[in-house]
Design a protein. Structure first.
Length: 202
């Protein structure tokens, strides 16, 4: 389609001009990036699909405030990180109050041969739930999204020194928690890394 040849700035301009196809073009181009980020941050059963839709609803509402139309990708990424932050806070409050999850979580189709990996992944995300929201976000961006330190700092709106401190605390906590979990530590030693490429000792 013609919109595939347009750059982000042209698509944003079309959206703001009321072109109906522009919203679809923005979704098609950037939704996979947002879904991947949220799924890696929240886990395979972490409501990433629903949250991705919420990210784009907020994005479309706030697009008129975007000063540089060519910075659409970074704008969407920042919206996704803010909504991820709110979701992690909501989960923390729910755990503190011992509230059950709301809504129906999407089922993830996994082949029988992947059952061990799925169990490990579930345990790993339970471990990540013990991190603070800033540490978890930095950890996911660095170790699971494979962003550079400077990119993590930019997306989180923090200094490079602060990001390094967050990552240091996160790596120390994850390594310690992995060592306390026999299955996770065994998996990491056998394969050299946990989901996301993070080693058992950071």
């Amino acid at each position: 389609m013609a919109e595939r040849t347009l750059d982000d700035g042209e698509i944003v301009h079309a959206f703001l001009s009321g072109e109906e196809w522009a919203a679809r073009a923005i979704w098609t181009r950037h939704a996979p990036m947002v879904f991947r980020l949220l799924e890696r941050a929240l886990g395979p059963n972490g409501e990433a699909a629903d949250l991705t839709q919420d990210v784009f609803l907020r994005t479309f509402t706030r697009l008129p405030t975007l000063r540089d139309s060519h910075a659409l990708r970074s704008f969407i990424y920042s919206v996704a990180l803010r909504m991820l932050k709110w979701e992690l806070r909501r989960r923390r409050v729910r755990r503190i109050l011992h509230l059950p999850p709301t809504g129906r979580l999407p089922e993830v189709a996994v082949r029988p041969a992947d059952s061990e990996a799925r169990q490990i992944l579930t345990r790993f995300y339970a471990l990540l739930d013990q991190l603070g929201e800033a540490e978890r976000t930095a950890f996911v961006l660095r170790h699971m999204e494979a962003l550079k330190l400077e990119e993590v700092a930019e997306h989180m709106g923090l200094s490079l020194a602060t990001v390094k401190r967050l990552l240091g605390r996160a790596a120390k906590s994850v390594s310690a928690l992995v060592e306390e979990d026999r299955e996770l530590s065994s998996y990491a030693r056998e394969r050299g890394a946990l989901p996301g490429g993070f080693g058992a000792r950071g």
